[in-house]
Design a protein around this ligand. Structure first.
Ligand SMILES: [Fe+2]
Ligand SMILES: [Fe+2]
Length: 179
């Protein structure tokens, strides 16, 4: 399997979550009420799965190694754009978490902001995933030998193996600060 295989499979799960977000926006607008627990689940999913697990492998392994290659100017520009996209995604999810907090405190504006930001998140991920699946991923693989691809895939598995421990180590650490 090429290393882009698991990354593309992860994109499919992100898309499934985005479909649920789309449904939640419609329901929230119809009822003028948001399912706060679902928004928490979305924030957790985006931060830990889409960002740390998925973007983490892209940035710390694939993009790191691709940046060492003699990329065409088009591929290098796209690589830089993808990195900037990840930062935009992080800012957007922080805004979603903030708007949800304001909504819970009774802000009337926050419901509108929350659905706007959730829409931004959906549009952002669709575009970002297209750029990777259709353009950057297939283009990037050409620069790597079969051996390099195998090593990259192994590094991906190693990163995945650590993630569940990182996540719950973080959560326990956060509660230790509060309790
Ligand atoms: Fe990405
Ligand atoms: Fe991706």
């Amino acid at each position: 399997m090429e290393p882009i295989g698991p990354l593309m499979m992860e994109h499919r799960l992100i898309e499934r979550m985005l479909q649920l977000v789309q449904k939640e926006i419609q329901e929230a607008e119809a009822k003028q009420r948001v399912d706060g627990a679902f928004v928490d689940a979305v924030v957790d999913f985006i931060r830990w799965y889409a960002d740390r697990t998925h973007h983490g492998k892209e940035e710390a392994i694939l993009f790191r190694d691709a940046a060492q290659k003699e990329l065409s100017s088009q591929d290098r520009a796209l690589l830089n754009e993808l990195i900037a996209d990840h930062n935009f995604g992080r800012r957007t999810v922080t805004q979603i978490a903030e708007a949800k907090g304001q909504y819970l405190q009774g802000s009337e504006e926050a419901l509108k902001t929350l659905s706007e930001k959730l829409r931004t998140l959906i549009d952002f991920y669709h575009q970002h995933i297209q750029k990777e699946d259709k353009f950057f991923f297939p283009a990037a693989m050409i620069y790597f030998s079969e051996q390099e691809q195998k090593a990259m895939l192994e590094e991906f598995w190693q990163a995945d193996r650590k993630m569940i421990h990182t996540k719950y180590g973080f959560i326990v650490g956060e509660y230790e600060k509060q309790k």
